[in-house]
Design a protein. Structure first.
Length: 476
């Protein structure tokens, strides 16, 4: 019995005999994915957070194995070999972990192995997620349900942002954290995984202020996910038939979301939202949808007025006038580029800690030099991390996989196809200042899945509804 490894071919996959046309959201055949997304706030509160991805990858992989054992084809996404090549580069990179690039803190292989193993585990888990979600039929997981789940996570992001803005010091010890030995739970890396908190407290505009992080762990990840998920929320509410009350509430949520967006002091988020709007506007203009362009213009005009007449505009002005992180980012970018010159093909297998900061070679900060701490080369954006840790081979294969998706599915003009393309395109820009592992990469993969499933199930270019397995339009 052979495994069918056909990438992106329409296959007429049928649902298992036990599946119904409208399976239960959490307990149907697609439960590993639906429960992962729908219950993410619970996973965060339990202290699982991003650890839920490798945990849920186990039943996902089991279902794929059972599918193969039953003689059903397991389809792989288009150009999947490019992604596998990237994963191979990360594995080969283990061989250079003991190399000490110029200007970095020396360490042995064993001292550096933890982070690369963790990242490889997450990459493999998300690879399973990609293949699993792409092989689910629309009878088991309708496109609309997947879009709704991603839209739900946007609402969760806004709620977490409001919590971080107005209760920035909120945190608690999670059940998973309580189960860990004191010596383990106190480690910074472990704590970042299992300890829930609402915000990161940072001094960027003259005073320590909370910057929203919940439930994504870091302020930058919160901003990255906001950009990736807002398009799905808009698609879920306005691209599908919805009640007027639902749309009014959705507009209200979008309006309220401006508060944590501004108070996040996240310039990358602001740029990302603007770039997403431009991308959508260009795509709509090319499709001749002028009404959508007018609606977008009205929204942007309303936002400009709101910022002008509320204190939010002043917050943005203060942030733009205080670029405390600019020097650090430029320092790390220069170190990443110099690292490429040292090891251009494979990089150094992982990030490295600098010997001191940009103002001193001292190792560790002190009262006399608060900026003398070690910085992480590759921690200032996915692009720089890929270049430094995995060289040109890893960088080209990583971006090549997603770039191929944008090209292959460029003719998908459906509302959800546009949302998926906007999310993937936005991830390229975000790579300049955000790292993608774990949740941003997961949501980018799910955008890929939406485009892939649209193609496999032959959804009409102007449609938002999935197609039945016989090629006819379905209503979910």
């Amino acid at each position: 019995m052979s495994l069918a490894l056909r990438a992106g071919v329409s296959d007429g996959v049928t649902a298992p005999a036990t599946a119904t046309a409208h399976p239960r959201l959490l307990f149907g055949p697609a439960w590993p994915l639906t429960s992962l997304l729908a219950l993410y706030p619970l996973w965060w509160a339990l202290g699982l957070g991003v650890l839920i991805f490798p945990l849920m990858a186990v039943p996902m992989a089991w279902q794929l194995y059972r599918r193969h054992a039953q003689g059903l084809p397991v389809r792989l996404p288009p150009a999947f070999w490019i992604w596998l090549a990237f994963c191979a580069v990360t594995v080969v990179g283990f061989g250079v972990l003991d190399v000490d690039p110029a200007g970095t803190v020396s360490a042995e292989f064993g001292e550096r192995i933890t982070a690369p193993v963790y990242k490889l585990t997450q990459h493999l888990a998300l690879t399973v997620l990609l293949v699993y979600a792409g092989n689910l039929s629309t009878a088991v997981l309708p496109q609309r349900r997947l879009v709704n789940l991603l839209g739900w996570l946007f609402a969760v992001t806004v709620a977490g942002g409001l919590l971080g803005t107005f209760a920035g010091h909120f945190e608690f010890t999670s059940p998973v954290e309580l189960l860990l030995p004191d010596g383990v739970r106190g480690k910074g890396f472990v704590k970042s995984l299992v300890h829930p908190y609402a915000a990161q407290i940072m001094d960027l505009v003259g005073d320590p202020l909370p910057r929203p992080a919940a439930p994504w762990g870091y302020t930058n990840t919160w901003g990255n996910n906001f950009c990736l998920l807002v398009v799905w929320f808009v698609a879920a509410v306005f691209a599908y038939p919805s009640r007027p009350r639902t749309r009014v509430l959705a507009v209200g949520l979008l309006a309220v979301s401006v508060v944590p967006v501004v108070h996040s002091l996240n310039r990358g988020l602001w740029i990302g939202l603007g770039a997403t709007a431009v991308f959508i506007a260009v795509r709509q203009a090319l499709a001749g949808r002028l009404r959508a362009l007018v609606a977008l213009g009205v929204v942007l005009a309303g936002l400009a007025v709101a910022l002008a007449v509320t204190p939010l505009g002043g917050v943005i002005e203060r942030r733009l006038d205080n670029g405390k992180s600019n020097g650090v980012r430029m320092f790390l970018t220069e170190r990443a580029v110099s690292g490429v010159a040292e090891s251009p093909v494979l990089g150094f297998g992982s990030t490295r800690s600098t010997q001191g900061g940009r103002q001193s070679i001292a190792v560790g900060e002190s009262a006399a030099c608060e900026r003398c701490g070690n910085f992480t080369v590759g921690g200032n954006g996915q692009l720089w991390q890929l270049l430094y840790a995995h060289g040109l081979a890893g960088t080209l294969t990583y971006f090549g996989f997603f770039g191929y998706a944008l090209w292959r599915f460029r003719r998908d003009r459906s509302a959800i196809g546009l949302a998926a393309s906007a999310a993937i395109a936005g991830s390229f820009l975000a790579a300049l200042w955000y790292n993608s592992l774990v949740t941003p990469l997961a949501f980018t993969f799910l955008g890929y899945v939406v485009l892939w499933r649209n193609s496999r199930f032959q959804i009409a270019p102007s449609s938002v509804e999935p197609v039945g397995h016989n090629g006819h339009q379905r209503r979910n």
